[in-house]
Design a binder for this molecule. Structure first.
Ligand code: SF4
Length: 455
């Protein structure tokens, strides 16, 4: 008699927040899939809906609560996890019918809650997990989380109280995961953590043996530079995010100049004025950063630096803000995101005096954005006429003349946060994830435009 295969329960997932939360969602889904669950693309087909929340800013919390409300209205069987899970009372007060609330990185708890809400049909015929786990990002790029938590105590940030001190993954585990991702089609690895430059401090940079096709049993230290060297051997783009300008960062710049890792550094400077940085309690807060940036560019002229800045931090004076604008003029950062300071519940900065009025914050924010857009436009204009490698993210349908366009990115563009390279005249055999050479024909303040180089 044929074995009846029970239909597996279906789980819906709403993932909010930063790339780190996305990686958590991927891990939860990978576990559930290996436990025999199927994913539902919509609320109506789901037996239970997971909402992975972000609780970093009050505005993010509000967005998370709205997402929970929508899932409750559309489905009614909802489990909440992620950063806002640490505020179970707020959630349960507003949505008493929520089935369970678990905090960030409590994978087992979320999985247990799903099992309780919609018991899995076990059997030999449940779907197998793909080798590299399930991914929410497109197949051609993948986030690679190297550590969790943070040893710093920036006064505006509650991440250490939500996620605890730095806990680094073993280098061999990271490299094996990276090898698998590459074997499964990843062309670009995005290294993420709360503080990439601090990687391995908690495990005393202890070396481990990297087995696998490329590692071949060699020792790799749990250190950012050693990890960058090893990742550089995988033959794909490797982008470093959340790096602080500690002295050892100098050592990865030659790797970028040699083309081993992507010439791109995401450094969240947040401000430049010494007074403000001091009140923010920022790590690697030192006066010589501008000189370091200049030295990096001497070694690797194509280096792209992305950063974020906060305006209107308590005590920020007009002189401090002007210092930041002058610093940016000198530093010529390629990509900049701006935030107006927002007090986050539980952050030490809330007790600081010198609150900046909202209209002043807004005015400074506009000036910051004007300044950084002008720098970005000039830096992109300098690329017109050059030939650059680009990775294809999306291919359009042919227009009435049969011309196919594509959305791509250069090495200067991280997915979802930076600009794009818009291409015309793509040949029909180009696929998403291909890396091709493109001639840059035009630029605006954030994006480039061009066409593939024809040989
Ligand atoms: S470095 Fe500062 S801002 Fe970043 S996670 Fe740590 S405490 Fe928060």
């Amino acid at each position: 008699m044929a074995t009846a295969i029970p239909s597996p329960p279906k789980v819906g997932m709403v993932s909010l927040g930063c790339p780190k939360a996305l990686v958590d969602s991927e891990r939860i889904l990978t576990q559930l899939r290996s436990d025999g669950y199927q994913m539902s693309p919509d609320y109506s087909g789901a037996d239970v809906v997971l909402v992975n929340t972000c609780g970093f800013l009050d505005s993010a919390k509000e967005e998370s609560l709205e997402a929970i409300g929508e899932a409750m209205a559309e489905n009614g069987r909802v489990i909440v996890t992620g950063c806002m899970g640490n505020e179970a009372d707020t959630i349960m007060e507003r949505f008493p019918e929520v089935l369970a609330v678990t905090g960030a990185h409590q994978y087992e708890d979320v999985v247990t809650a799903v099992h309780a809400a919609a018991p899995a049909a076990r059997g030999a015929f449940v779907d197998l997990v793909p080798d590299a786990g399930l991914k929410l990002t497109p197949r051609h790029y993948s986030y690679l989380k190297i550590s969790e938590g943070c040893n710093h105590r920036c006064s505006f940030c509650i991440i250490p109280s939500l996620r605890g001190d730095l806990v680094s993954r073993r280098p061999d585990a990271i490299l094996r995961e990276a090898e698998k991702l590459v074997a499964n089609g990843t062309k670009e690895l995005l290294v993420i953590s709360q503080d990439t430059s601090a990687y391995g401090v908690d495990i005393r940079h202890q070396p481990q043996i990297w087995n696998g096709p490329i590692g071949q049993g060699r020792e790799v230290r749990a250190h950012m530079t050693d990890l960058a060297v090893a990742l550089g051997e995988l033959g794909v783009w490797t982008r470093l995010h959340y790096v602080y300008p500690y002295p050892h960062v100098d050592k990865v710049i030659p790797l970028m100049a040699e083309g081993k890792i992507t010439p791109y550094l995401d450094i969240p400077f947040q401000h430049a004025a010494p007074n403000v940085l001091k009140r923010m309690k920022r790590p690697a807060n030192e006066a010589k950063v501008l000189q370091r940036v200049k030295n990096w560019r001497d070694i690797c002229p194509d280096l792209t630096i992305r950063s974020t800045f906060v305006v209107g931090f308590p005590g920020e004076t007009e002189e401090d803000f002007q210092y930041l604008l002058d610093w940016l003029e000198e530093a010529q950062l390629d990509r900049v995101g701006g935030f107006r300071f927002e007090p986050v519940e539980g952050a030490a900065a809330n007790a600081l005096d010198g609150a900046v009025p909202e209209e002043v914050k807004e005015e400074r924010y506009q000036r910051l954005m004007e300044k950084t857009a002008a720098i970005s436009a000039a830096r992109l204009q300098a690329k017109v006429g050059r030939t650059l490698p680009v990775i294809i993210d999306e291919i359009g349908a042919p227009d009435e003349d049969g011309d196919i366009g594509a959305t791509a990115r250069s090495q200067a563009d991280a997915p979802e946060i930076d600009g794009n390279v818009f291409l015309r005249n793509i040949s029909a055999d180009v696929a998403v994830g291909d890396i091709i050479d493109a001639e840059i024909e035009d630029a605006d303040a954030h994006d480039l435009f061009g066409a593939p180089v024809t040989v």
